[in-house]
Ligand binder design. Structure first.
Ligand SMILES: C=CC1=C(C)c2cc3[nH]c(cc4nc(cc5[nH]c(cc1n2)c(C)c5CCC(=O)O)C(CCC(=O)O)=C4C)c(C)c3C=C
Ligand SMILES: [Fe+2]
Ligand SMILES: [Fe+2]
Length: 343
């Protein structure tokens, strides 16, 4: 269709013919104060893709205990890793940078619009879908920025994108990007980030932990592919580096609540390694596209402290791919692949 196809009298102006790419990450509070933290955690922890317990059981605990105690505690943790220059979390800074850099690298596709959103907090997926649509995007690619698929992350982003279409008369076509846990470009980028980080040190780790965010064991038992995709990423990374299994070990971090989560746990492994005589370790977080609370505070601060406290000597955290050239090459490869047939 071209503008000349609009022949009806008094037809309102419409934009069309564009393709949108929406990069989506998990989310972020607007500030580290209690009110912002509570708002963010409430949106996050009422998502049934994240907490699968029945609301009849969960809400009294959430509203009676968790949302009264956790905002202050987590706010303090966020304050230690806040991007003070821009007064925002690094997850927000990196996600915005990724979208801006992506727009530049797709300059050869003039009909493509790139934007970013957060599943929890601002800018919301709905607001960005509406903006892209108004801007003439008849097709939108939603890219949940998680290399490994989990219902608690990927599926909830996709759900929200589809929900945004519910009230639209003229819906855009919607595509969602597949996980890329075994993409050679991603594995190469991780391998490069390990070797180039280790080359900056005057010591070498005996063990490198590949620490992924955990999920409850029960989600895995119900068929979530996340655990297996994490294991595959680590196997391919080991093969790429030519390392044995003992040198690159998979662990799972960020447990929440009393249930059993995927094991081995990162915090317990760090403690045990130090207690059993390992003196030098490195930790990489291959499942996180950008550094955030879970990498900067839980690993680079807390895990490092625990390692030293238990007798370890050298600890280093390998930064996430963030908005660096290797990481952007990964994201661009996925976007160009998923746009095939549309551009
Ligand atoms: C049952 C609760 C949770 C599940 C399941 C879960 C899965 C999951 N999360 C990420 C990535 C991130 N999580 C982050 C923070 C975070 N995660 C949970 C809970 C669950 N996550 C909470 C309550 C929080 C907030 C902090 C806290 O209260 O401890 C973040 C960091 C966000 C930031 O702004 O820095 C990320 C990223 C993945 C990949 C995942 C499952 C695969
Ligand atoms: Fe999480
Ligand atoms: Fe955490």
């Amino acid at each position: 269709m071209t503008a000349t196809d609009i022949t009806a009298p008094n037809h309102p102006p419409v934009k069309f013919g564009k393709v949108g790419v929406l990069l989506v990450n998990l989310g972020t509070p607007d500030g580290t104060d209690k009110v912002s933290m509570r708002r963010y955690l409430k949106e996050f922890l009422t998502d049934r893709r994240v907490i699968e317990w029945s609301p009849f059981f969960w809400y009294p605990i959430l509203f009676g205990i968790v949302l009264n105690s956790r905002p202050a505690k987590v706010g303090k943790a966020y304050a230690t890793i806040w991007n003070k220059d821009l007064n925002e979390s690094y997850l927000r800074t990196y996600t915005r940078n990724q979208a801006e850099l992506m727009a530049k690298s797709l300059a050869d596709l003039p009909d493509v619009r790139v934007d970013w959103a957060m599943r929890y907090g601002q800018p919301s997926i709905r607001s960005k879908m509406e903006e892209l649509h108004k801007d003439g995007c008849e097709r939108i690619l939603v890219f949940p920025l998680y290399p490994q698929y989990a219902a608690a992350t990927t599926a909830t982003v996709n759900d929200e994108a589809f929900k945004a279409l519910l009230k639209m008369r003229w819906q855009p076509a919607l595509r969602t990007a597949a996980p890329y846990h075994d993409d050679p470009v991603y594995i190469d980028a991780l391998a490069n980030s390990i070797t180039s980080h280790l080359a900056t040190l005057d010591w070498q780790p005996e063990v490198v932990l590949a620490s992924f965010h955990g999920i409850p064991q029960s989600y895995f038992d119900k068929g979530d592919p996340y655990y297996c995709q994490c294991q595959k990423t680590a196997r391919l990374l080991r093969e790429k580096l030519g390392w044995p299994k003992e040198k690159l070990q998979v662990t799972f971090q960020s447990r929440f609540g009393p249930e059993e989560w995927l094991q081995p746990y990162t915090d317990k492994t760090v403690e045990k390694l130090a207690q059993q005589g390992t003196r030098r370790i490195a930790v990489i977080n291959p499942g996180f596209v950008s550094d955030c609370l879970e990498t900067l505070e839980e690993i680079a601060e807390q895990a490092a402290e625990s390692f030293h406290h238990n007798g370890g000597e050298k600890f280093t955290h390998i930064p996430c791919l963030n908005d660096g050239a290797d990481g952007m090459k990964v994201l661009e490869t996925v976007v160009r692949r998923e746009l095939r047939g549309w551009v």
